[in-house]
Structure formats: C-alpha cells, structure tokens
Ligand binder design. Sequence first.
Ligand SMILES: Nc1ncnc2c1ncn2[C@@H]1O[C@H](COP(=O)(O)OP(=O)(O)O)[C@@H](O)[C@H]1O
Ligand SMILES: CC(C)(COP(=O)(O)O)[C@@H](O)C(=O)NCCC(=O)O
Length: 412
Amino acid sequence: MDLLADVSNQQNSEPGSQISHLALDIGGSLIKLVYFSRNNDSRRDDDQQKSRNESLGVSQSDTSQPVLEGRLHFAKFETSKINDCLEFIRSKKLLLGGFHDHTAPSSDKIFIKATGGGAYKFADLFKEKLEISLDKEDEMDCLVTGANFLLKAVHQEAFTYLDGQKEFVQIDHNDLYPYLLVNIGSGVSMIKVDGDGKFERVSGTNLGGGTFWGLGRLLTKCKNFDELLELSHQGNNRVIDMLVGDIYGGTDYAKVGLSATTIASSFGKAISDNKELEEYKPEDISRSLLRMISNNIGQISYLNALRFGLKRIFFAGFFIRGHAYTMDTISVAVHFWSKGEAKAMFLRHEGFLGALGAFMSYEKQSLDGLMVHKIVQRFPISVSSAGDKIYCSLNSDSNQNDDSIECSVYGT
Ligand SMILES: Nc1ncnc2c1ncn2[C@@H]1O[C@H](COP(=O)(O)OP(=O)(O)O)[C@@H](O)[C@H]1O
Ligand SMILES: CC(C)(COP(=O)(O)O)[C@@H](O)C(=O)NCCC(=O)O
C-alpha cells in the first residue's frame, strides 16, 4: 500500500508542508483528527542529521537513519456537526493523507484509517461526500496504542492533579505495565493494559461524558458543553447535594469514616427543600452533576483497579478537558476509596488516544518514502532514555483546535 502523499507529491493549503497519515476517531460526541504534515526539504541526510543531533545531545544509536521533520496535528469537531469536519478535511486537502490499497478490487480508491463507532455509522457519508473509504481499526486497540504511545513518547504527558496542584509523572518505560486505562468519552471504558497490544476491557459504565452533557442540557439552559463546564466553576454543589452532615445534624459519621462534608446523596437535597424548581441555580446544578459523574467514575475505576491489583490508573477522554474540578474530584475519589494506595493520573492529549492509535496503524506503510522506524521529538529532553518507536514533544494545549506537536521521523 502507498500513502497518497508519496505518489501525489502535492502541496496542501499550508505553504511549505505536505500532508500524510490522516486518521480519525469518530465517537458518540466528538470526531477527533490526527495527521502528519511534513516540512518541505525536511529530509536530512545522515551527515546533516548527525551534526544536528550532536548539537542537541541525542544518542547516536537513535539517529543513524534518514530523517523527516514535521508536525503531528490534532483537531476535533462535534459529531453532530460532521459536515464541518468533512469541509475541514476538504479545505485543508487532508485526503492527501490517505492511501491507495492496491490489493483492493478497485485500486484507485482512497482509504483513510478510522476508529470509533462512527467509522461504521458514517462510512457511507464519507464515501458519498469525499469519495473515500474508511479503513476501520478497533476502538479499544486504538485507545491502548494511543495511550502507550503518549506515555512513552511524549515528554510530560502524564500528570497527577490534587488540591489544585499539577505534578508531571516521570514514566519508567520498564515499569509501565500493568495499568488501568479509563477512557471517559460519551460512555466509559475501563481497560487493563499489560503491554503493547496486550489488554482486556474489564469494565465500563454508561454514566459518562454524554450523561454529564445530556443531563446538563436538560437541567440548565446551556447551549454547549463549554458553557456547562464554565457554569460549574461558579456553582456550589452543597446547595443541591445531601451531605452526611445534613443527615447527621452537622457532625461526622466517624464510626464508618464519613466526614460531615462527604456527599451522602447526589442531588438529594432537592427532595427536602421547599424550593420552587426555578430557584435552583444552573451553576449549582452543573457543579453537582460534574461532581456526581466524576466521583462515580473515580469510584468504579478504583474498584476495577482493586480487582486486578493495579496501582496506576490513567484517565483519558474528552470529558476531562483538563478541567481542574473534574480532575480533582476523580483524584479525591481514587484517593479516598484506595486509602491513598492508588493514584489517578491524567494525560495532556486526553481526547486523542483513539485517533493516535488509528494514526499509528499506518506504521506498516511508508511515510513520504521512508519505512517508519521511529518518530522522535525534535527538541528532545532525553531521547536516549525512551524505548519505543515514536517520540514527540508537546508544545501546546491539546484542547485547542488544530494543536500540533513537532516530530522527527526515523526511517529505514
Ligand atoms: N466541545 C464539546 N462538545 C461536546 N462534548 C464535549 C466537548 N468537549 C468535551 N466534551 C465532553 O467529552 C465527551 C466526549 O469525549 P470523547 O472522548 O470525544 O468521546 P466520544 O469518542 O464518545 O466522542 C462528551 O460526551 C462531553 O462530555
Ligand atoms: C460503547 C463505547 C465503547 C463507545 O465509545 P465512546 O464513543 O463513548 O468513546 C463506550 O460508550 C462505552 O464503553 N460505554 C459503556 C458501556 C458499558 O460498559 O456499560
């Protein structure tokens, strides 16, 4: 199979770069895109690269092959606005990132890698509107591949978040497995990961990001997810949640380890107040809802980690959105239920695991004429300590649309 970019050698809309390897994750709520754009004239011969790497302090064993330089791009769209996504693909000429499958009956067909339920649901739409076929990759496979890639290749990808403190986690590549991956998308999947391609989906819950946004929309007048999240900043969940102290006359239920401030019943106060429904403020509702969903996911995740003796839990999916209160609630739940034994960790590219996994499934094919051996960050901190095929540096916030990271691709 050839990448279309290899044979077409056409420019995309951004001067000085060529698109390759477009991959999609079409989920219940959001479509995520990842693609690589090669910088023109970025292909370096061994001598050029050697002297450049010496100046960067990169180990020689990592640099003996030809190199391409470019960027991995990230973008997202609401699944309900799929036409905007199709237009984005068309206008940026991202189809150059597809490939021809010469083994297919009609070898002039263009394929792009896609995962998520929408790869099935919208296959005909992509064919009709863009004349491309979606080459489907399994969603769980892609989530795990994407998580392993980020954890091993991207500097400062994982972090803990507690009491407003963000701390980056140093990942030891020789001691990464096993871990629990909790992907909070529309629904929630919990996956025990034992290695590259070695995993089991051990649990899930239907109370996920779709539940927060769906219920939030019904209970408040919010028009979009960001508005609902923003509202939660100003809210006070204690107006709506029934606390242990509300039941125990202001005191702890110390005998079983419950403090007066623990939520005894989410939304429980609404049953006993003599308030009109209109008196409940949308910001308090949003905060209670966010707390209820995050707490529940944190608790179920910990119980699954306990089931398999896992100490590390990585939370991903766009429900999190790098949101302080969400991460804090999940962290507190994991800390509380594990009595401090387990740790909740978060990923900076939280929502792009599936799309990155689909992107990585191109690896068997060539990238601009190079058989990909590995991709490394362009301005590495410690490339030689990393032990996988692809490494990248992060230079911005993955929650912005059209974010990107700089990469060097090593080929054979
Ligand atoms: N701009 C947004 N629009 C809708 N939902 C969003 C947005 N940003 C974050 N979310 C949250 O992220 C969830 C989707 O996360 P994602 O990981 O993309 O899952 P999926 O693959 O199911 O679409 C939504 O259900 C919602 O809770
Ligand atoms: C069906 C799904 C894998 C689809 O993934 P998503 O689009 O939500 O990211 C996910 O929504 C899920 O795992 N739901 C929970 C189903 C359950 O275990 O109860």
